[in-house]
Ligand binder design. Structure first.
Ligand SMILES: [Fe+2]
Length: 300
């Protein structure tokens, strides 16, 4: 009888230990992913792009805020923020504080759904069989987080608002053209507003979005964008060893839930992001990350 009880008790203990590791250790084990992307025309100088995504800042996450503040030491030529910065209405100030000197650098941003809508408690296992996109449609909630205040603060610092907009910046001596869309996960993407071929006079063409939805990736690539940057997936957030992401919460395949890949001739970088929703405060086999992309000339 004692042996029969020992097995379930062992499983409960292992589950508790795994949850403790995922929520207390890995969730705060911030990584910097460094990648080289051969995307520039021959002869152009390389530039460093810092890709930030899915910070999901809440008032208690001081360690995360401190780590973000160290990233300016990388001296990026450009900062790209692909949304889901906040998960609480009182964190615009702490977020700006964390970004700190990065705001003095050339930067661009789009919103993610969590910049607009406060988190709702739900079963994280549901992502295994469907995305949360339908939840937003069904509830028809009005935005309750101060995303306009967030956008105004980032714009006041000099960053370009790319929500369904085109923009242009000088970064590291390059003339960079951007096209961006608002979050497709909450049906705010309006690619038609930015549709059209890129300007061949620009040195680099960057497409920026929160969710790497294939229908939008297809259009960016068809219009000639060289580099596509997205977040949203959290890299799966909970991954299985030797298998990877269990879900992406959008239309992209599991194998491209994070990292650098190709999409119809363009380079695609999906950030696994730095945070988690406060209603699912854990990460497993998928540590939080920011990415430093060194863009270099193409070899052919
Ligand atoms: Fe997110």
């Amino acid at each position: 009888m004692r042996k029969l009880h020992a097995i379930p008790l062992g499983m409960v203990a292992a589950g508790a230990a795994t949850f403790g590791y995922a929520s207390l250790i890995e969730r705060n084990w911030f990584h910097l992913r460094r990648l080289e992307v051969p995307v520039l025309p021959p002869g152009r100088p390389s530039i460093k792009v810092l890709h930030l995504s899915d910070v999901h800042l809440t008032p208690g996450r001081k360690r995360l805020a401190r780590w973000i503040r160290t990233l300016d030491e990388l001296e990026p030529d450009l900062v790209v923020n692909t949304g889901d910065n906040i998960s609480h209405r009182e964190v615009i100030g702490p977020l700006l504080d964390a970004l700190g000197p990065l705001l003095d650098r050339p930067g661009v941003f789009v919103y993610g759904s969590n910049d607009l809508y406060s988190p709702v408690l739900k079963n994280p296992l549901r992502y295994l069989w469907r995305t949360s996109q339908a939840d937003y449609r069904r509830r028809q909630r009005l935005p309750d987080l101060p995303y306009r205040e967030l956008g105004a603060a980032l714009t006041a610092a000099g960053w370009l608002d790319l929500n369904n907009r085109i923009g242009r910046l000088k970064a590291g001596g390059l003339d960079v053209e951007f096209g961006g869309i608002d979050d497709s996960h909450v049906n705010r993407d309006r690619y038609d507003r930015i549709a059209g071929p890129v300007d061949p006079q620009a040195d680099l063409h960057v497409g920026v979005m929160h969710s790497p939805e294939p229908r939008n990736l297809d259009r960016f690539a068809a219009d000639g964008y060289d580099l596509l940057l997205a977040g949203h997936t959290h890299g799966g957030q909970v991954c299985a060893p030797f298998y990877g992401a269990l879900a992406t919460n959008c239309g992209i395949d599991r194998s491209r839930a994070k990292g650098l890949h190709r999409h119809n001739g363009a380079w695609l970088h999906v950030s696994a992001g730095l945070g988690t929703s406060p209603t699912a405060p854990f990460r497993f086999c998928c540590p939080p990350e920011a990415s430093l992309l060194t863009l270099v000339p193409r070899t052919s």
